[in-house]
Design a protein around this ligand. Structure first.
Ligand SMILES: [Zn+2]
Length: 669
């Protein structure tokens, strides 16, 4: 189930915390590296050496280390809850039983895939394609998402209301491009995927020849869906994905799918729907009409099995791991308890989050953070005033929008209510299905209602942050408000370089290539003069071209267009945070160096530090193809050459590899 298509997170994958004071003593650095050659290595070389990639990780960086520490905390919290379980129906009963059922491999192996059998039988019983819409609804309500997704989202032109949103989907590979790319990495992923589907078919009783044939046909069917799916770049354009229409109009473009039956099956009343990719839904109707009914049945079977595999018996879990390791390069499965905590986070995240913040998030952190956010807001306003490329009228609208940004820190004021969720002892897959039903229903119930502005789209324990354009809000979960991002009583230079840049980054998302299209109330509404829009596009195109030059692996280059919004946000984040830091310093005596580094150097080192990490080649490829965030190394080495402070602080000379002439240094906000 996905929600809030448009929110932009700080990192693609999330993780969590630690508590020493920041120090740049060289232990985490590699001072044998020249900062003008590779600043990322100079700042982080020591850390990178001391934290080799664990076999069960495709990427391991500061974020991931924080997440690991967080998982240990959650484990303790959950064990505690499980040991003191309340009565049936209490939150502690649900967390305790869910967790225990996931860990009980003996029981999971005995159950096999029996919890899925009622659904598999329904799929097998399909006799006519006219039954597909009703069955699609039944599966989407409970266990998996064949063909496409339906979820509520704020109406982009009436942001206080939730509207039914249809989004392309139904693919098993990580992105449409994986179905076609001619390079060897994509080919081996495709082969591993077909092999995985074959294994899944054999695990539910097909002989291997039949299974292989079915797998190939399902792959071919998915390829047809992939062909008509929009690319990530197309989906980055807010106007492309806003196509509000009546259900009657949807029926006109997508005539062979009985939408009334489908919506009825989903138990939602829908008059209007935002069809995010009309081209996809038009083609889907035709693709289903053309398909052989047995292929449709096999496709839905796989959609269900592949979704459920990680939560079933060992044979399914192993097949899933074998396939996913081809994509990510990991060599070993995560320990079972970590996987199950991941499930609890994904389904009952706020229930454990509430316990987490009680124990680990001090009220003082919230107050200090609020103060920093307001300092960043002031600094951003000063920078808007001083922009030389923007007219006064656009500046006034920009400052209105900046002033209107809402701020959420730590955890939600109102916690999710889990009373409709039924969790039983001992049956993990059944619990998963119950959780999936609960979450889907909770989402669908929002359709046609006013947006609940108090809702959070991340758990408080996550090490991440986001900007939500339709609410014009920035959100910082408790999980990120810890070292090395945030030191409640720490060095200002370090706080501004780390969490300060994060705050500036999230604020800048309201003004990046997508965010700028929304006004202060979160409506898609143009507040730019045509000249200012043109200037913005010309400068950001230079940023696209600049990032396109970096080779990340083999001959693959960074995707400057896909990562544009994030690169604008990093660029703005650094400039705004430094402005805020300078403001905080004005009128005070120049701060003393610490550990031999000036405060400006510490600001830059603190920024670089949060992106320290090791990563597998497979993950570099995956992230470059699918993640709108630049790789950690590029978030540092891509931004430093653009930033004047870098040259002054580390004495970067002309002709050194990281040097850019002044007229090539791009600053947007
Ligand atoms: Zn971001």
């Amino acid at each position: 189930m996905m929600s809030l298509a448009a929110a932009t997170a700080l990192v693609g994958c999330s993780n969590a915390p630690k508590g020493q004071v920041a120090s740049f003593t060289g232990e985490d650095m590699d001072t044998t590296v020249d900062p003008s050659v590779d600043f990322y290595k100079y700042a982080n070389g020591g850390w990178i050496k001391q934290h080799p990639l664990p076999d069960d990780k495709s990427r391991f960086g500061v974020f991931d280390l924080m997440a690991e520490e967080n998982r240990e905390r959650l484990k303790e919290i959950i064990n505690d809850v499980a040991a003191n379980k309340g009565p049936q129906g209490s939150v502690s009963q649900k967390i305790g039983d869910f967790y225990a059922s996931g860990l009980d491999m003996e029981n999971r192996n005995a159950n096999g895939y029996s919890s899925l059998k009622p659904y598999l039988e329904k799929i097998a019983g399909l006799t006519d394609k006219s039954q597909v819409p009703a069955l699609t609804a039944e599966l989407q309500l409970s266990v998996c998402n064949p063909f496409f997704n339906l979820f509520p989202d704020a109406d982009a032109k009436n942001s206080s209301m939730c509207i039914a949103t249809l989004w392309q989907g139904g693919l098993g590979l990580p992105d449409r491009d994986y179905y076609f790319e001619p390079d060897d990495r994509s080919k081996s992923v495709r082969e591993a995927y077909v092999e995985y589907l074959t294994t899944l078919f054999t695990l539910v009783g097909n002989d291997s020849l039949v299974a292989a044939e079915k797998a190939q046909k399902v792959f071919d069917f998915e390829s047809r869906l992939a062909e008509v799916s929009s690319t990530k770049l197309e989906n980055r354009v807010p106007e492309n994905i806003y196509n509000k229409m009546s259900v009657d109009s949807l029926k006109l473009i997508s005539p062979d799918f009985a939408w009334n039956v489908y919506f009825e099956g989903m138990q939602v009343t829908v008059d209007e729907v935002n069809v995010s990719q009309p081209k996809f839904f038009a083609a889907l109707s035709q693709i289903i009409a053309d398909a052989n009914i047995d292929v449709l049945k096999d496709y839905m079977t796989i959609n269900l099995l592949a979704d459920a595999a990680p939560y079933l018996s060992d044979d399914f879990v192993a097949a899933n791991f074998k396939y996913s390791s081809t994509i990510t390069g990991v060599k070993e499965m995560q320990p079972l308890w970590k996987r199950v905590i991941g499930t609890i986070n994904g389904t009952m995240g706020e229930a454990v989050g509430q316990l987490y913040v009680e124990k680990y998030f001090p009220a003082t952190a919230k107050a200090r953070m609020l103060e920093l956010v307001e300092n960043l807001r002031t600094a951003f306003g000063q920078r808007i005033d001083n922009l030389t490329w923007m007219s006064d009228s656009t500046k006034a609208a920009a400052k209105d929008k900046l002033a209107a940004i809402m701020v959420k820190i730590g955890y939600p004021d109102k916690w999710k209510d889990y009373s409709d969720l039924q969790i039983v002892e001992g049956d993990y897959a059944a619990n998963l299905i119950a959780a999936s039903k609960f979450l889907t229903r909770e989402q669908l119930n929002k359709i046609g209602k006013p947006v609940d502005k108090s809702e959070w789209f991340m758990n408080p324990q996550e090490v991440n942050a986001y900007y939500n354009p339709s609410a014009n809000e920035i959100v910082f979960p408790a999980g990120i408000l810890q070292p090395p991002f945030f030191y409640a009583d720490g060095d200002d230079a370090v706080n501004y370089g780390a969490i300060g840049v994060v705050i500036g980054h999230e604020m800048t998302h309201g003004f990046d290539d997508m965010g700028r299209k929304y006004d202060k109330d979160g409506n898609m509404n143009n507040w730019w003069t045509p000249e200012d829009s043109e200037k913005f596009k010309a400068t950001t195109q230079r940023l696209v071209d600049f990032y396109n030059e970096f080779i990340v692996i083999d001959t693959l280059r960074a995707n400057g267009e896909l990562t544009l919004g994030e690169n604008i946000a990093d660029n703005g984040g650094l400039n705004i945070a430094y402005q805020a830091y300078s403001n905080s310093r004005s009128g005070k005596p120049a701060p003393e160096p610490i550990d031999g580094f000036t405060d400006d150097q510490r600001f830059l080192l603190a920024y670089a530090r949060v992106w320290a990490g090791n990563i597998r080649d497979e993950q570099i490829y995956l992230q470059t193809k699918t993640d709108p965030h630049s790789l950690g190394s590029l978030r540092v080495n891509g931004q430093m050459p653009l930033f004047d402070l870098f040259y002054k602080s580390f004495d970067i000379k002309e002709n050194s590899p990281m040097y850019l002439p002044e007229d090539k240094r791009i600053v947007i906000w």
